[in-house]
Design a protein around this ligand. Structure first.
Ligand SMILES: CC(=O)SCCNC(=O)CCNC(=O)[C@H](O)C(C)(C)COP(=O)(O)OP(=O)(O)OC[C@H]1O[C@@H](n2cnc3c(N)ncnc32)[C@H](O)[C@@H]1OP(=O)(O)O
Ligand SMILES: CC(=O)C(=O)O
Length: 541
């Protein structure tokens, strides 16, 4: 058996990832992400650009105190400025002063950039590369050379771009990284260029790709197959313009699809989903549900025929077992469901596979979805629907009616008040509450009526509220769908209401949310649902 070839993973989330629109990590975020990447077993973490800003400079001070087990922290910078000695260049000095075990120097490889952007001769650029690499190599144990725009340069002037690589190799580069900086190359172009360079250059090669043609991951894999032994990318593909190669996909594919390559240490791959979500949360960005390997929908099955297949043999509709990357399989319920979706849910809820119940649930789901309901986003309402149809729902309060009034005065903030009448056992409650809008006022009045009967409701609060017009052509008479997301200490759940009246739709979703909480507490379950928009209902058993 041939030994596996190790592919080093180089993460640049904190440097190139920060160049993505809307991404701004604090110093603390950067340190926390560094630790997570170390736990995942990433080989290199490019922490930033020490010359660029005080935060990045402070990072390289602070990261020295971080107990890292595996990862090497890398400082990034460019070759020396034109017409100045490397030892006098502030960028060069800042790079070495970062005190990291490795540094990365980016240099120009494409003659167009040398002449038109830097404004120097081709010879001076070669000297800039040689001097900078030699300066770093005599002071830092590992020097990585990022050949910016390599593939564009190689297409137009292969001799010159190869000369720049030779210059870096001779000056002491430990790695030469071929960069598809503009992200426009095709996998076959990358493969051909890497195989040519591999014949010419003896220094280990790496690949750094951008996603402007949606090919960053494919291009990185093509390079690895032709001899690249380091892949640079970012978690979730964050980065300049359309982003960098998404390391979640690079790692997933290299670990699970290529038996000859080895990335990360054994047992680390299961952390991939957790690290992806951690980076989204830290960057304050929304998850991408359809993201390969780690997205909440990556193993979510909706179509009835798919669920039918997955129930028999999971690999019928799954390219890998979700748990290998720390993700999970989810079965969605909708108008596209067949009996298999419902059967899977009944199993999940610990209910018998009663054929009559199964048909009634499916009919009701299809009826309601036809009216505008969407249960995928509101699994708690689906749980209540099943409970009711299964005759297992204990009514904990009887609603008698509600009233919402909004008083407006031109130029002043409006005032909203809600009144609720309901019954808990023999006790009649009639409560009123003001609020910042109708939902808040209804929530307040419901709490006044119910909290002294059910104190557990105090733990629950609303975290999200979404309204969507269903039949927009009906204008202001259109039906609306309201989805509410609520949480307590251990779960997040979604409920839904549909009506022509936005207050009534909100009311239906709100009441379901209260009912779900009471039903959940009565079951005494504490199982944690994931803190993500993808909601998991709990067992009814
Ligand atoms: C492909 C990449 O992603 S490379 C990394 C890109 N990332 C960033 O640019 C983020 C961090 N950048 C910064 O903080 C700033 O741009 C700095 C500190 C690097 C430079 O700032 P400034 O000195 O104000 O210059 P500015 O950003 O306007 O222009 C870049 C300068 O670097 C020069 N330069 C660009 N690339 C190189 C290089 N590889 N080697 C030497 N000089 C270079 C340019 O010629 C220009 O200098 P000039 O104005 O004398 O011609
Ligand atoms: C180095 C780098 O970030 C690039 O060439 O895209």
């Amino acid at each position: 058996m041939n030994p596996m070839t190790r592919i080093a993973i180089y993460d640049t989330t904190l440097r190139d990832g920060s160049q993505g629109e809307g991404v701004n990590f604090s110093l603390q975020d950067k340190l926390l992400i560094t630790s997570r990447l170390d736990e995942l077993g990433v080989d290199y973490v490019e922490g930033g650009y020490p010359l660029s800003n005080p935060k990045d400079a402070a990072y390289f001070q602070a990261v020295r105190d971080l107990p890292l087990g595996h990862t090497k922290v890398v400082a990034f910078g460019m070759t020396r400025r034109r017409d100045i000695a490397a030892e006098d260049d502030t960028g060069m000095k800042a790079l070495v002063a970062a005190g990291t075990p490795a540094v990365t120097v980016v240099g120009k490889t494409w003659d167009l950039h040398v002449r038109e952007v830097l404004g120097v001769s081709l010879e001076e650029n070669l000297r800039m590369i040689g001097d900078s690499l030699a300066f770093c190599a005599s002071r830092v144990s590992e020097v990585i050379y990022d050949a910016e725009h390599f593939f564009d340069g190689f297409r137009r002037n292969p001799d010159y771009s190869l000369q720049t690589l030779r210059q870096a190799a001779e000056a002491g580069a430990s790695w030469i990284i071929l960069c598809d900086t503009n992200g426009g190359s095709l996998p076959e172009e990358v493969a051909e260029a890497v195989s040519q360079v591999a014949r010419e250059i003896r220094v280990p090669l790496g690949i750094h790709t951008h996603n402007d043609g949606e090919l960053a991951v494919a291009n990185a894999l093509a390079a690895v197959r032709q001899g690249a032994r380091q892949v640079q990318g970012t978690i979730n593909g964050l980065g300049e313009r359309c982003g960098n190669a998404d390391l979640c996909s690079v790692i997933g594919n290299l670990s699970l699809k290529y038996p000859d390559f080895e990335v990360l240490a054994p047992g680390k791959l299961v952390r991939l989903t957790e690290v992806s979500r951690y980076v989204y949360e830290t960057a304050n960005m929304n998850f991408r549900p359809g993201q390969a390997f780690v997205g909440a929908s990556a193993f979510a099955h909706k179509g009835g025929m798919h669920v039918h297949g997955v129930r028999k043999i999971a690999s019928s509709y799954e390219h890998i077992e979700p748990s290998t990357v720390g993700n999970e399989r989810r079965i969605l319920v909708s108008e596209l469901s067949g009996k298999s979706n419902i059967a899977e849910k009944l199993t999940e809820f610990g209910l018998d596979q009663d054929q009559d119940l199964l048909s009634r649930v499916l009919d009701r789901v299809q009826e309601l979805e036809n009216e505008g309901y969407q249960f995928e986003a509101a699994e708690a309402s689906f749980v209540l629907l099943v409970e009711r149809l299964a005759g297992r729902h204990d009514k904990r309060f009887d609603l008698r009616g509600f009233h919402v009034g909004v008083a407006g005065q031109y130029g002043r903030a409006s005032m909203t008040e809600a009144t609720i009448k309901l019954q808990v056992g023999d006790v009649f409650e009639h409560t009123v509450s003001e609020g910042d809008g109708p939902v808040n006022a209804l929530d307040g009045a419901l709490r006044k009526a119910l909290e002294h009967h059910y104190p557990g409701l105090r733990d629950m609060h609303l975290v999200d509220y979404k309204v969507r017009v269903i039949n927009a052509r009906a204008g202001t008479a259109a039906r609306v769908r309201v989805v509410i997301e609520s949480t307590d200490q251990d779960a997040v759940w979604g409920t839904i209401g549909v009506s022509e009246n936005v207050i009534e739709a909100s009311w239906l979703a709100l009441v379901d949310s209260f009912e779900y909480k009471l039903s959940k507490d009565a079951r005494g379950r504490t199982a944690a649902a994931p803190k993500s928009p993808a909601l998991a209902a709990e067992s009814l058993s």
